[in-house]
Design a protein around this ligand. Structure first.
Ligand SMILES: [Cu+2]
Length: 434
């Protein structure tokens, strides 16, 4: 049995400083030959960064031979610190945003975001997890010991060829559907087992896949108690037997391992496949033995405060094709670095009506957290009832958000499909906040 390991911790709380270096690596996944990879501060993926509210003096150095960026997906920071495609770091250069963190505790993440290169670069390993912590999880009754009862799990499917080599060679069909793998990696490891104490364990799940949507469940039907969505805690744990997680989304769940055997986390109830095997360590006493009754207060209800409604059509195929480009577009227009699509008033609340074409697209907005007010005309799924920054739009969804982070024409904020092949092909737009 190979024990699943966590990404190394990079705790910024004592220093207020964050230093990352994008670098090339080489890695063998299970028994295959070594392949070229990339990572932050290591050869594949990056450390788990812990931040708290306050100043964060950041430097990101690029030691690769092509431009990369560091987008903080889920951090509420202005456009000039967001790390989107306008903030490319040239080979050999260092980017130094003086950031201020001011938000509720959450599981966020970071990844490169260079237009037309995001899919390949993230696939190669340029991604990692961020914990925004406020030091109050003991009071909430939440497990918080990293790698012991608080596991960070980066879910990524990867494609391996017959020789066991990890490959990224998207065909036209792969771009249409998003690039899917034939093997699951968790924290960059294939076939590893997560060892847990016999009690309540917190799983911070990140869907860091390019395109795969997971519908997670346990083989022994044990429940997953959702405690946090992308942007923060729910008011109270929400018991789920299945949990859907689209690319870019995070979910924090509590799982009770006190009773029963060694469960397997699976995906897709119709055609199940294994995501992660668990094993209990009976010598380890769990710190938390019961679920908390309450977490933080209810997320703010923004309804009635919106000053305008916008339509966002996620176009592909015929609809997008008529407007030129490869058919991938938003509101008929493929992404253009030099075009600002929306101008939003700083501090205002807007309702965005988002519509998917052809397939369900995961929709992400930078620099905000939003509430989902409806999905296909009905109430949102349980997974979408908290603060979100990415939501899977099966047909249509309405979101409400307040725009509190400024963004200029030089460094606007992005909104896009988080199927990375779609994003790179043009299903992205940008907005200013002034
Ligand atoms: Cu898409």
């Amino acid at each position: 049995m190979t024990r699943l390991s966590m990404p190394p911790l990079l705790d910024t709380r004592a220093t207020g400083r964050l230093s990352l270096t994008a670098m090339a690596g080489s890695r063998r996944f299970s028994d295959g030959p070594a392949v070229a990879t990339a990572g932050f501060n290591q050869g594949y993926l990056g450390p788990t960064i812990i931040v708290q509210n306050g100043d964060l003096a950041t430097e990101v150095t690029n030691r690769l031979d092509e431009p990369v960026s560091a987008h903080w997906h889920g951090l509420l920071v202005p456009g000039e610190h967001d790390g989107g495609p306008h903030l490319a770091i040239a080979p050999g250069a260092t980017w130094r945003p003086e950031m201020v963190i001011a938000q509720d505790p959450a599981t966020a993440w970071y990844h490169t975001h260079i237009h037309e290169r995001t899919a390949a670069q993230v696939y190669s390993g340029l991604a990692g997890v961020i914990h925004v912590a406020d030091g109050r999880d003991d009071q909430r009754g939440l497990p918080a010991e990293y790698g012991v009862d608080d596991l960070t799990l980066v879910l990524q499917d990867r494609r391996f060829d017959a020789a066991g080599r990890m490959v990224y060679d998207p065909s036209m069909m792969d771009i249409m559907h998003g690039f899917a793998g034939n093997r699951m990696l968790v924290n960059g490891q294939a076939g590893a087992t997560a060892v847990v104490p016999e009690g309540i364990v917190r799983l911070r799940l990140l869907n860091g896949s390019n395109a795969r949507i997971y519908t997670l469940f346990f083989d022994d039907t044990r429940l997953m108690h959702l405690v946090a969505t992308d942007g923060g805690y729910l008011p109270a744990p929400l018991a789920l037997d299945v949990l859907r997680l689209a690319p870019g989304e995070r979910a924090e769940i509590l799982v009770d391992f006190a009773a029963g055997g060694a469960p397997v986390l699976l995906s897709d109830p119709g055609q199940p496949y294994g995501v992660l095997q668990f094993e209990k360590d009976p010598t380890q006493t769990a710190r938390i033995m019961r679920l908390p009754d309450q977490l933080d207060g209810a997320p703010e209800d923004l309804s009635g405060n919106e000053i305008r409604t916008r339509q966002v059509s996620l176009d592909m195929g015929i609809g997008g094709m008529m407007m030129g480009g490869g058919g991938f577009a938003i509101n008929g227009r493929p992404f253009d670095m030099n075009r600002v699509d929306f101008e939003v008033a700083l501090g205002s609340v807007e309702r965005w009506h988002v519509r998917s074409t052809m397939v369900a697209h995961p929709f992400h907005v930078h620099g905000v957290r939003f509430r989902v007010v409806s999905e296909n005309g009905g109430p949102p799924r349980p997974e979408d009832t908290g603060w979100k920054d990415t939501v899977l739009v099966p047909g249509e969804a309405e979101i409400l958000t307040r725009f509190d982070q400024p963004a200029s024409r030089e460094t606007p904020l992005m909104f896009h499909c988080h199927i990375l092949e779609h994003e790179d092909a043009g299903m992205m737009g940008q907005f200013t906040v002034t």
